[in-house]
Design a protein around this ligand. Structure first.
Ligand SMILES: Cc1ncc(COP(=O)(O)O)c(C=O)c1O
Length: 405
């Protein structure tokens, strides 16, 4: 990671707030994740979750490394195409796909049906293109029996699934070529082990033979600082642990045959979170009714939802040499009372101090609303140590121009 002098220089040159993408560390993380999974199952493949952070510079790195694009909207699909992806390396997921789904399917794209309406839509496409083979996968609603049930995908034992299968099978030019699932709030190893077993059963039941792919979705713990890991209150597994409870089972299931399915996981936060930091400046310190707040030129909106639940890694670069020690809530520029970026920071803060929040790569830039202020720029420190801007700051005009004046 970079030294204080470089952060000071960045603040001076680019202003604050500022996102910083650490490319080399990101590449190492990518290689470690892929390496652990491929060691156990060589046909493992990453399908990067665009919604988590669709910065084109980052998506292009993933493409250059051979990773697929996992998209859930026509907007993300258009970006993947613009980056040069062919459809066979784009995975279209999601419950409400846009009008580009048909083009995607006709061009041999990977698709996972979420619901009956989508299946009927694909049947219509197959009827209109009877000379063409249309391939599609199914999103399976995997229920681990832990009380919380996802709203996504098809319940394998439901009437909807029965109807989907019967409609798809009525068409000679439709092939079910894969199965997919994703679970949130189930990052533990037992959950990954169970989802793998359920997906192998689903592949046997709904695809038959050797599927072209099985996608296990995402929701792993990525690499993170110890202080952040400790806040999850559980053992935070490493990639090797995850590979051990998933890939071995899949390798054993398809042992012997010459054909093996591609096995995807769809990392988003897992891949990117740790490798973007957010640099912001303290604008004011004030005490109200015994509560001391440090007001910054950033916001929790810049950090993403995780900052509301966890204390993100924080580094302070002091501006002065004041020795007053106190407890501060570090807060944002918005008018929201709950815009707190860090709760009860213990130390010394002054106006002009620089703060570096770590682990802000996931669901931050893509979730920043145009509320009160436009978003700030992002620079990369690339693998050769060269710094360049990869996202300009939004302008007032970017925001005003969509309205009718
Ligand atoms: C279908 C799907 N794949 C992948 C992801 C990314 O998961 P994560 O950010 O936990 O890596 C999500 C996140 O919601 C998702 O819904």
């Amino acid at each position: 990671m970079i030294d204080f002098a470089t952060y000071r220089m960045l603040a001076e040159k680019n202003g604050t707030p500022l996102y910083i993408f650490h490319e080399e560390e990101f590449l190492n993380n990518y290689d470690e994740l892929v390496g652990c999974f491929r060691k156990a199952y060589p046909n493992y493949q990453i399908s990067y979750s665009y919604k988590t952070n669709y910065t084109p510079y980052i998506c292009r790195i993933i493409k250059n490394k051979g990773g697929y694009a996992e998209v859930v909207s026509d907007m993300e699909y258009t970006l993947a195409k613009r980056l040069g992806y062919t459809n066979d390396k784009i995975v279209y997921n999601g419950p409400a796909k846009g009008p580009m789904l048909e083009e995607h399917l006709l061009n041999g794209g990977i698709n996972n049906i979420d619901n009956l309406s989508e299946a009927l839509r694909i049947c219509r496409l197959a009827d209109e293109n009877s000379g063409k083979i249309i391939k599609t996968g199914l999103r399976i609603n995997v229920n681990l029996g832990r009380g919380s049930v996802s709203r996504f995908g098809l319940d394998p034992d439901s009437g909807d699934m029965e109807r989907v299968l019967s409609e798809l099978k009525k068409r000679e030019n439709i092939r079910i070529n894969g199965v997919h699932c994703h679970l949130s709030h189930a990052r533990d190893l037992e959950a990954w082990s169970m989802r793998t077993e359920l997906m192998l059963k689903s592949a046997d039941r709904f695809v038959g033979g050797i599927p072209e792919y099985i996608s296990l979705g995402s929701g792993m713990f990525g690499r993170m600082d110890d202080a952040l890991a400790a806040q999850f209150g559980c053992n935070v597994p490493c990639y090797e642990d995850y590979a051990g409870v998933t890939m071995d089972k899949i390798a054993a299931h398809y042992l012997g045959g010459s054909e093996k399915p591609i096995v995807f996981s769809e990392p988003g936060a897992t891949l990117i979170s740790k490798y973007i930091s957010f640099l912001t400046k303290v604008k004011d310190i004030k005490t109200v009714a015994g509560r001391t707040v440090a007001v910054t030129d950033g916001s929790f909106y810049n950090l993403g939802e995780i900052s509301l639940k966890k204390q993100l890694p924080l580094t302070v670069i002091r501006n002065g040499d004041d020795n007053y020690h106190g407890e501060y809530d570090i807060v944002g520029y918005t008018c929201l009372e709950y815009d707190t970026m860090y709760r009860a920071y213990n130390g010394t803060l002054n106006g002009g101090d620089l703060l570096i929040f770590g682990n802000v790569g996931g669901y931050s830039i893509v979730s920043k609303p145009q509320f009160i202020r436009p978003n700030c720029p992002m620079v990369v420190i690339d693998k050769n140590g060269i710094i360049k801007e990869i996202m300009r700051g939004e302008t007032f005009e970017d925001i005003f121009s969509k309205f009718v004046f």
